[in-house]
Design a protein around this ligand. Structure first.
Ligand code: TEU
Length: 536
């Protein structure tokens, strides 16, 4: 029997929100210098309102040397001058709010930039100083300390580089990502205090939520022992100490009705759900769904497992198809291997973009019909493909730290095309954009798509407008032929069907066809790789 849906208030907005991820550097360029900025976002707020999204998640916009696209923060209380000023961020938050759009900022608690005042002070103060206790400094192993203190693997998938760097004074410091991103020591009370103050700083400025970067990596075994595959507990992933940290963060957020979304990549669903207990994080990204291949059984299992793992803790699921770290959806679904894995990224993978786009359209209707919140990554609504960036223009450290074998993540970070008939596809730049746009980029421009009723943009706008038809209650599967996903919401009032088989299928009885990802066949049946929304 279906559970009664508890009364919802405006404070529950996040339980079924559509949240749009803005990668500021590549969204829109307001000052013409080739890099996206807050002025560019402010100018495009009407576009986002028309798209119908409930909130914007901004990847880090703080002062940063941009060694990892801003995930190397030098000062959380300042905006990077490439993007704008703090006053401008405040204006942006307020202007978005006037359009009914909430703001989510990105906090990177695992590490800071090596240009952060704390790390500079730690370097200057030398071995044994209290300043160094805020990080993980250690003497090396080996006769002369010439070997790193332990053997932990880099957290940049595919990276062959060490996670320790030695200083001229002989000490080594830990960095799970690049050497420019030293890891903080979360056992130190000042580290905890500072982050709670940073949370308050942004909540005071009107943000509605915080995305937590690398949320399962902060806590480290104080002994920093070698990594032994399968040993429990892991010395740096998913340690129990994290839950106490997030419980105190939750108390801060509750003072402002703020919400958290954690970047928690964990294969173990029970361990994942612990972060979503009622006094911890509100939500976490669904990387299992993001990584899932375009396969009916696998998708259905992923949806069922997602709902089952969230149910015991009462947290809503999230549905994510891509973000700034992974291969764009239209490209991934157009390949032989439609799953996402960092390990399988390679140059020159054959791609059928027509097929991939068709599936991406169906996947959009699938994910927007599921119970929970949906994350949409800028350009996904334009159906942008992954771009193969010329090697001499790549900026992503993941590429370099793999020894050049991994194409890195810049291929999904290309400056957006806004206006077909304008320089740099209307990104706003007067000079070369920070990453090059490919030759056909204008064909994806938002202005063209706005005029084309068959475009990806129009599909997303319609889908987001109609999504309330699915409500926020549970999902029930209906029997369907092999290869077809069919579920209903609202006690059967709203149907979603996705046909992943080669055989066209008849539609069930319905009063209204709300939306289709593509046309029905001449017999009125749902063809392959097509999704449809129906009112019963
Ligand atoms: O990504 C974290 C990340 O790279 C994960 O894939 C990581 O490998 C995983 O947590 C290991 O368990 C975030 C950001 O999204 C990314 O852009 C940054 O480069 C990274 O953190 C470092 O801040």
């Amino acid at each position: 029997m279906a559970q009664p849906t508890p009364a919802r208030t405006h404070l529950d907005w996040w339980r079924s929100a559509v949240i749009y991820q803005v990668y500021v550097r590549s969204f829109a360029d307001g000052d013409g210098d080739g890099t996206g900025d807050l002025a560019g976002v402010r100018a495009r707020l009407p576009y986002l309102a028309e798209l119908g999204v409930d909130a914007l998640w901004f990847t880090p916009w703080y002062l940063s040397p941009l060694k990892d696209g801003g995930y190397d923060v030098a000062d959380y209380r300042a905006i990077d001058p490439a993007f704008g000023t703090l006053a401008e961020a405040e204006k942006l938050i307020a202007e978005a709010g006037e359009l009914g759009i909430r703001t989510i900022v990105d906090i990177v608690p695992n590490h800071v930039s090596d240009q952060h005042s704390w790390f500079r002070a730690a370097l200057a103060a030398g071995p044994g100083s209290p300043e160094r206790e805020l990080f993980h400094f250690r003497p090396g192993r080996g006769e002369h300390g010439e070997l790193p203190p332990n053997d932990w693997p880099s957290q940049f998938a595919g990276s062959t580089e060490p996670v320790w760097t030695r200083l001229p004074d002989g000490e080594w410091y830990l960095h799970l990502f690049t050497p420019e991103q030293p890891d903080l020591n979360w056992a130190h009370p000042a580290v905890r205090r500072e982050h709670e103050e940073v949370l308050r700083f942004w909540f005071e400025r009107g943000v509605a939520g915080v995305r937590i970067d690398s949320a399962a990596l902060l806590a480290k075994d104080p002994e920093l022992p070698d990594f032994v595959e399968g040993r429990d507990p892991n010395p740096f992933v998913d340690r129990d100490e994290l839950h106490d940290i997030y419980r105190s963060w939750r108390r801060v957020a509750d003072d402002y009705d703020g919400i958290f979304v954690g970047e928690v990549w964990l294969p173990d669903t029970e361990r994942f759900a612990r972060y979503l207990r009622p006094d911890e994080l509100h939500t976490a990204f669904n990387f299992a769904f993001l990584s899932c291949p375009w396969d009916p059984e696998r998708l259905r299992t992923s949806i069922d497992e997602t709902l089952a793992e969230h149910a015991p803790v009462g947290a809503p699921a999230t549905w994510v198809l891509c973000n700034h770290d992974v291969t764009r959806t239209a490209t991934r679904y157009g390949r032989e291997d439609t799953a996402f894995a960092f390990a399988t990224k390679a140059y020159g993978t054959p791609t059928d973009l027509v097929l991939g786009t068709r599936r991406a359209r169906a996947a959009a209707l699938l994910s927007l019909a599921l119970p929970g919140a949906v994350y949409l990554y800028q350009g996904e609504e334009l159906g942008l493909p992954e771009v193969e960036i010329p090697r001499d223009r790549i900026e992503d450290p993941m590429h370099f730290r793999s020894g050049g074998t991994d194409p890195g993540r810049d291929g999904c970070r290309v400056p957006l095309p806004w206006v077909a008939d304008a320089p740099y596809a209307g990104f706003g730049s007067q000079q070369e954009t920070w990453l090059p746009q490919p030759v056909n980029w204008s064909s994806y421009a938002a202005d063209l798509q706005a005029e084309d009723s068959g475009s990806m943009l129009r599909l997303y706008r319609e889908a987001i407008r109609l999504r309330p038809a699915f409500g926020d209650g549970p999902l029930t599967w209906r029997p369907a032929p092999d290869g077809v996903l069919h579920f209903v919401r609202q006690d059967g009032a709203a149907h979603c069907l996705v046909n992943l088989s080669a055989t066209p299928v008849d539609l069930p009885d319905h009063s209204e066809l709300l939306l289709g990802s593509g046309p029905l066949d001449p017999q009125g049946r749902l063809p392959q790789d097509t999704a449809v929304w129906l009112r019963a």
